[in-house]
Design a protein around this ligand. Structure first.
Ligand SMILES: [Zn+2]
Length: 116
């Protein structure tokens, strides 16, 4: 059973799962932020949503959501949007006939041997 590292997303995985069947890796999507700018236009940008946990003066903890990097005045965070990675790898096979049937959908940047 070979353990490999995906050179696109950095994921490390075994090519065979516990029941002996083949695992077909697909890179997870990147998350982008959909933001409404001060002038009303909508933009997709790199960034992330982070949660801080702080003490609540009324007792317990409270979570606050922050956007990193911070939004500019007048900007509004709308949602996180999954976006396919450039060069993403998809080991699932094409549904065709003959030789094409066993070809993976996308190679991405390939894989390298990994050790756990
Ligand atoms: Zn990957």
């Amino acid at each position: 059973m070979a353990t490999v590292k995906c050179e696109t997303c950095g994921g490390v995985y075994d090519q065979t799962i516990a029941d002996g069947s083949r695992y077909f890796h697909t890179c997870p999507p990147l998350l982008k932020l959909r933001v409404r700018l001060a002038d009303g236009t909508i933009e997709l940008r790199d960034g992330r949503v982070v949660f801080d946990e702080e003490d609540d003066p009324r007792g317990g903890k409270r979570r606050t959501m922050k956007i990193a990097p911070p939004l500019k005045p007048g900007e509004t965070f709308l949602e996180e949007v999954p976006v396919e990675r450039p060069d993403h790898r998809d080991e699932n096979v094409k549904g065709g006939q003959g030789r094409e049937r066993s070809e993976r959908k996308k190679d991405g940047k390939g894989t390298s041997t990994a050790t756990r």
